[in-house]
Design a protein around this ligand. Sequence first.
Ligand code: NAD
Ligand code: ZN
Length: 392
Amino acid sequence: MKAIVWQGVNKVGVETVPDPTLLLPTDAIIKITSTAICGSDLHLLDGFIPSMEKGDILGHEFMGEVVEVGKDVKKLKVGDRVIVPFNIACGVCDNCQRGNFAACDNSNPNHRMAEALYGATSGSALFGYSHMFGGYAGGQAQYVRVPFADVGPFKIETALRDEQVLFLTDIFPTGFQAAFNCDIVPGRDVVAVFGAGPVGQFAARSAQMLGAAHVIVIDRVPERLAMAEAAGCQVINYEKEDVLVALLEATGGRGPDHVIEAVGMEAHGHGPGAALDKLQQNLKLTFDRITALRWAILSCAKGGTVSIPGVYGGLVDKMPMGAAFGKGLVFKMGQTHTHRYLPDLLSRIESGQIDPSFVITHRATLDQAPELYKTFRDKKGGCIKVVLNPWA
Ligand code: NAD
Ligand code: ZN
């Protein structure tokens, strides 16, 4: 089959690789009909996440048709149309039982590697996301092996198009969880979202669905800000305005009640802390460009929530902890417990409350994907979300 593989830092390619086979009686094989490129793939592309190996198949946002099931799979049958959450969960460990699927204790056989490379436990395994997260082949391919097939795959039994449900695999639940974690008081709270990428877009719309009185989105890419504006958000271009001043002005001087950081560890900017960035660079410390997180902490109103869907790894230093402590902020973060939100989010799509396909700007084949990785990374040509058809 054809697949998108990691070929080294800043290098992905299309290769012909062996078709996946059932390895365990609880596995299923899915023929992929739609798959997407995610901001999280950029952390692999640029080498921020260690333990990628040449030839690893990328991709964790995919859906398709079940073509084979292991003998112990009970809930799926050949022909079922499913979306597959990006995190792999066993469904039976203590964390899965509590609904903390992204913290599954059983799915990542390489969790010791994660402890060594990442400084802490990894949470669940992930599709197409390095050996530290289990080394499972990803879904930017024609077929994929799905372990724990009775737990992850979620059947789509309505006539909704792939493009309307594909993002249930990751970025819609991720944006939703980020907003949900803010405990928004409907009709009262102001929510600011740093990052107008796909995750930020879904976080902003989820904050609106959860009743936020006002949503403010911060980025520097005009097309991304325009997409947020079209949804009724106020927008701030951090290259043109002083973010912290603009956020105070927009909130009567108190700051947003909650702040979502949907940027992650490659964030850049020139705000407060640039000197610290410089110092960290000089000291050759990793993950030095963390401006968005500093802005999030500094701007948030007293008693508010800083909700962080943006991905971080390893050590991050020079955080304004004095401000966080002084204001009594609540921090919530982490991989999304995707499985938890699926029934609710599917019903929101079915009822017409949201059509997630709004975020798609580029549709392409697997052969075009290596070029589109660069377009998406460089935020060129208005690129916000790329969907690939593995059979085109
Ligand atoms: P993306 O790279 O397309 O978007 C990031 C956006 O942040 C860009 O538009 C960029 O211009 C903007 N940005 C950079 N620095 C900024 C700053 N200082 N202030 C404001 N905006 C800034 O990525 P995405 O697909 O939207 O994903 C966003 C983050 O969410 C990534 O870190 C990704 O890994 C993470 N993510 C997390 C989960 C999870 O389970 N928690 C799931 C999916 C994605
Ligand atoms: Zn993703």
